[in-house]
Write a new protein. Structure first.
Ligand code: CTP
Length: 402
C-alpha cells in the first residue's frame, strides 16, 4: 500500500519561477493517490494558472478570490482542518516571512494559521535572498516551530548565477512527504541496518570480482522501513537514489561492509542483509594494472568473512538486536537451501529468492520470494515488484520486533 494514498495534502504555490515544478509535484502526489488541494498566491498566479493544477489534481485549485468571495470565511478553516500535510513548494522569501510572522493576508498564509498538520517548506529564490539574515531568521523560526525544510539545492538560478536557492527536485519532496507520513509507523523509534548491492573485490586498479546485484531490493527495503518510521542506516555498494531520511554508508568490499555492519549494529533493533556479499577475494590485489603481455594471470582467492554468520554467532553481544534477516539467492532447491542457511547463520527469517526465473532476482524490478521463518514455516509470495516485496518483508519484521 502506497503510504501517500488517500492522504489530504495542502500544496501551497508561491511567486517563483519554480512554480512550474509545483505542477509536477501536484501531479506526482496525485498519481501516488494523495488528494491534493492546491492554494496559489497572487504572485504564483502570475507564473502559472490554477487551471494547470486543477487539470493534474482533478480538484479545485484555490486562489485569493476564494478568500474574499464565494464560500468566503470558511474556505481556509475547512482546508486547514482537512489537511494532513501542508507542503509549500516553491516557497518564496515573502511567503517564508509571512509564515514566520503569522501574517494572514492571503489564502495560503491564513490557511497555514488555521492548519495543525506537519509542514514541509521547499524554498526557491535567489541565493543572495536566501542567505540574507532576514530570510535565515525566518527559516530558523519556522524550523524551531517544527517545519521540515527540504532544500534549497545548489545549482543554476533564474538570475543566471550559480548558488544555493534552487527548488529541490520532486522525488526528494515526495520522499520527505513519505518520511513525515511514516513517522508514527510500526517501526517508529527502531533502528534498522540494511545492506544493499554487490560487493567488489579488486584484482588490480582496473578489474574487480563482483556480481549482478543491482541493490534495488535493498533500497526498496530501506524506503519501506522509512515508510514505517524506522531510523535506517543503509550500507551499500550501489549508487541508486537514496530514500529521504536514510543515512547512507558507501562501501566497496566485503571487508568494508563487514566493518560498517559491526560498527552500526551496536544499538540497532534489526539487521537485514540484502547485499550480495563476495564469498571470495583475491589474496592480493596488484597495485599496477596486470598487462596481458605478462601471460595469463593466476588469481589466488581466499574466503571473505561471512558477515551474517558472524552476527548470528555473536547475537548475545548486542542486547538491542532482536531481529536478523538474510537473503538466499538460489538457482535450485530453494526452500531446502534457505532453511539450511537460516539455521547455520542463526537468523529469524530468510528471504529466499529464486534467481533461475527471468522475472526475479538480480537487476529486474520484480521478485518472486519465499519468507522462511525460524520455525521452518515458509510463506510463498507471488511475483511482485521489489517495492511490494520490501513492504511484505518489513511488515513481517515489524511483527517480529513488536
Ligand atoms: N552473506 C554475508 N557475508 C558473506 C556472504 C553472504 O553476510 N560473506 C549474507 C548475504 O547477505 C545473505 C546471506 O548471507 O543475506 C546468504 O548469502 P548467500 O550468498 O545466498 O549464501 P552463502 O552463505 O554465501 O552461501 P552460498 O554462496 O554457498 O550459497
Amino acid at each position: 500500500m502506497n503510504i501517500l494514498a488517500g492522504q489530504r495534502v495542502l500544496l501551497g504555490i508561491t511567486g517563483s519561477v519554480a512554480a512550474y515544478k509545483g505542477a509536477e509535484l501536484a501531479s506526482r502526489l496525485t498519481q501516488a493517490g494523495a488528494l491534493v488541494d492546491v492554494i496559489l498566491t497572487a504572485a504564483a498566479e502570475k507564473f502559472i494558472s490554477p487551471l494547470t493544477f486543477q487539470s493534474v489534481t482533478g480538484r479545485k485549485a484555490y486562489t485569493d478570490a476564494d478568500l474574499w468571495g464565494g464560500e468566503g470565511h470558511v474556505t481556509h478553516i475547512g482546508l486547514g482542518r482537512a489537511g494532513e500535510l501542508f507542503i509549500v513548494a516553491p516557497a518564496s522569501a515573502t511567503t517564508l516571512a509571512r509564515l514566520a510572522n503569522g501574517l494572514a493576508e492571503n489564502l495560503l498564509s491564513v490557511t497555514a494559521l488555521a492548519s495543525h498538520c506537519p509542514m514541509i517548506i521547499v524554498p526557491a529564490m535567489d541565493a543572495g535572498m536566501y542567505s540574507h539574515p532576514a530570510t535565515q531568521q525566518n527559516v530558523k523560526i519556522l524550523s524551531e516551530r517544527g517545519a521540515l525544510f527540504v532544500g534549497p539545492a545548489s545549482g543554476h538560478l533564474a538570475s543566471g548565477l550559480v548558488g544555493v536557492g534552487r527548488m529541490e527536485e520532486t522525488p526528494v519532496i515526495m520522499g520527505a512527504a513519505r518520511y513525515i507520513f511514516g513517522r508514527n509507523g510500526t517501526l517508529s523509534g527502531k533502528r534498522l541496518v540494511i545492506t544493499a548491492g554487490g560487493t567488489r573485490e579488486a584484482i588490480d586498479p582496473v578489474r574487480t570480482i563482483t556480481n549482478h546485484s543491482s541493490g534495488k531490493q535493498g533500497y526498496a527495503l530501506a524506503q519501506a522501513a522509512i515508510d514505517q518510521g524506522a531510523d535506517v542506516v543503509l550500507i551499500t555498494s550501489s549508487s541508486l537514489a537514496v530514500p529521504y531520511g536514510c543515512r547512507v554508508l558507501s562501501v566497496d568490499t566485503a571487508a568494508q561492509m563487514h566493518d560498517a555492519v559491526m560498527a552500526e549494529i551496536k544499538d540497532a533493533a534489526g539487521l537485514i542483509m540484502a547485499a550480495a556479499v563476495a564469498d571470495f577475494r583475491p589474496v592480493s590485489s596488484s597495485p599496477e594494472k596486470i598487462k596481458k603481455e605478462a601471460g595469463l594471470p593466476v588469481i589466488q582467492l581466499e574466503p571473505t568473512a561471512d558477515i551474517l554468520k558472524t552476527v548470528g554467532e555473536k547475537r548475545g553481544s548486542w542486547p538491542s538486536l532482536k531481529c536478523v534477516v538474510g537473503f538466499a539467492a538460489e538457482s535450485e532447491d530453494l526452500l531446502t537451501n534457505a532453511r539450511v542457511k537460516l539455521h547455520r547463520k542463526n537468523l529469524d527469517m530468510i528471504v529466499a529468492n529464486d534467481i533461475s526465473s527471468p522475472d526475479a532476482g538480480f537487476s529486474v524490478d520484480t521478485n518472486r520470494v519465499m519468507l522462511v521463518q525460524k520455525d521452518d514455516s515458509a510463506l510463498s509470495l507471488p511475483l511482485m515488484t521489489k517495492d511490494e516485496v520490501a513492504e511484505e518483508v518489513i511488515r513481517h519484521i515489524a511483527e517480529l520486533l513488536a
